[in-house]
Design a protein around this ligand. Structure first.
Ligand SMILES: [Zn+2]
Length: 227
């Protein structure tokens, strides 16, 4: 863990090369998810090999989150006294998201990846859980929340549906149930838009598969709608 230098602007804590590398990671959207909690932000950065994951924690002096107290990432060993590009990437993400929250734009940098040959459904459940958890126990930020949920449908589930219809069905069903279950107030039609999009996807999936798979989707759908 590295204690923050006295700079109010975090960028001054980093050297130019590290800052550029961090910005590059941020632009390539190699941050799987990040979370903001009081005076702390944390994020998981995907390494260049697309396999390694680095957990970054940035602590601020208080909940206004203007001045960094400490930086933490284990990429260069616990005792390294250098700040790294992963920390910079998380801060760039935070900076952008913060601006977007104020302007009510979508927030999450989606983890866009090539569609693997085999889908680890549980991993996508985790991504959904983490993204929803980011908003706390009660979803107050309806607009960015639904932008995030639609983003999961658009950037993760729909692209995998051609090759993996049944996995896409399982993951989207999970997403629907979690969103339906989340505590929030008036959604101003956003929940309806979200479920219409999933309905259209399920129509398509049902047509794509045959036999037992088709029966399974057909049997499960009324159950999801009444969940
Ligand atoms: Zn690092």
């Amino acid at each position: 863990m590295i204690k923050g230098l006295s700079n109010v602007n975090w960028k001054n804590d980093f050297d130019d090369t590290t800052l550029e590398r961090g910005k590059d990671i941020y632009y390539r959207e190699n941050i799987m998810f990040y979370r903001v909690n009081n005076n702390e932000i944390s994020g998981t950065v995907i390494g260049k090999d697309r396999i390694s994951e680095y957990n970054v924690i940035i602590a601020f002096t208080d909940s206004s989150r203007t001045k960094v107290e400490s930086y933490e990432c284990k990429c260069c060993g616990v005792n390294s006294d250098k700040l790294c590009e992963h920390e910079a990437a998380v801060l760039f993400t935070y900076e952008k998201a913060n601006k977007q929250i104020n302007e009510s734009y979508p927030v999450t940098p989606y983890f866009i990846e090539e569609i693997p040959d085999e889908i680890d459904v549980g991993r996508y459940f985790d991504i959904i859980d983490q993204t929803i958890k980011k908003y706390g126990d009660f979803i107050g930020e309806i607009k960015p929340f639904f932008a995030d949920m639609m983003g999961i449908v658009k950037y993760i589930i729909e692209p995998m549906s051609e090759k993996h219809p049944m996995e896409a069905f399982e993951i989207s069903r999970y997403l629907y149930v979690e969103v339906d279950d989340a505590q929030m107030c008036e959604t101003h039609g956003r929940f309806e838009l979200f479920s219409e999009r999933l309905d259209a996807l399920w129509d398509k999936l049902e047509q794509m598969v045959q036999g037992e798979d088709r029966e399974y989707i057909a049997d499960e759908r009324p159950y999801i709608d009444n969940f």
